[in-house]
Write a protein that binds this ligand. Structure first.
Ligand SMILES: Cc1cc2nc3c(=O)[nH]c(=O)nc-3n(C[C@H](O)[C@H](O)[C@H](O)COP(=O)(O)O)c2cc1C
Length: 140
């Protein structure tokens, strides 16, 4: 069993690409936030697209209802712009700290949105996501 879990809330598939890349690098599969936190999880990666400055509803509910005490959490996002991701990642980190988690880092890249960010996340974004996954594993 692995002690790493990856959950993602992705409406359009951009953040799912990043989640699948992170999960593959760590030898696990990315799951839907409706699932239970695995009992043996020690490090949890949580990712979402940014929607009106917030994570998706399923991710928000997952954080509100889960028991994150003692867990290390790494956050990731895709968004139209960096400011939206910063805001959302900060909101997620605050909520998780209140739930007892230690936030060990975060990652963001652009995701295509309407006519902007075409080609993102692209190969370079996904390589950065792999690097992030390795760094978070090494930090944990
Ligand atoms: C309904 C909606 C609202 C969005 N709101 C924001 C926002 O507030 N800030 C931002 O930077 N990007 C925003 N975006 C862009 C998305 O965050 C971006 O396309 C992201 O990659 C979507 O991830 P997904 O494909 O995993 O759903 C929005 C996109 C949609 C569809």
């Amino acid at each position: 069993m692995t002690d790493i879990a990856v959950f993602v809330d992705s409406r359009g598939g951009n953040t799912k690409k990043v989640a699948d890349t992170i999960a593959a690098e760590l030898g696990v599969a990315a799951g839907d936030p409706a699932a239970m936190l695995p009992a043996d999880a020690k490090v949890v990666f949580l990712g979402s697209g940014v929607y009106g400055g917030k994570p998706g509803k399923a991710m928000t509910a997952f954080i509100a209802s889960g028991d994150f005490s003692g867990l290390k959490v790494a956050l990731f996002a895709t968004s139209g712009g960096a400011a939206g991701a910063d805001k959302m990642l900060g909101t997620m980190a605050d909520a998780l700290k209140e739930k007892g988690a230690t936030v060990i880092g975060n990652f963001h890249c652009r995701g295509k949105y309407l006519f902007t960010n075409r080609g993102h996340p692209g190969p370079e974004d996904l390589e950065n996501a792999r690097k992030f996954a390795r760094e978070m594993r090494a930090n944990s």
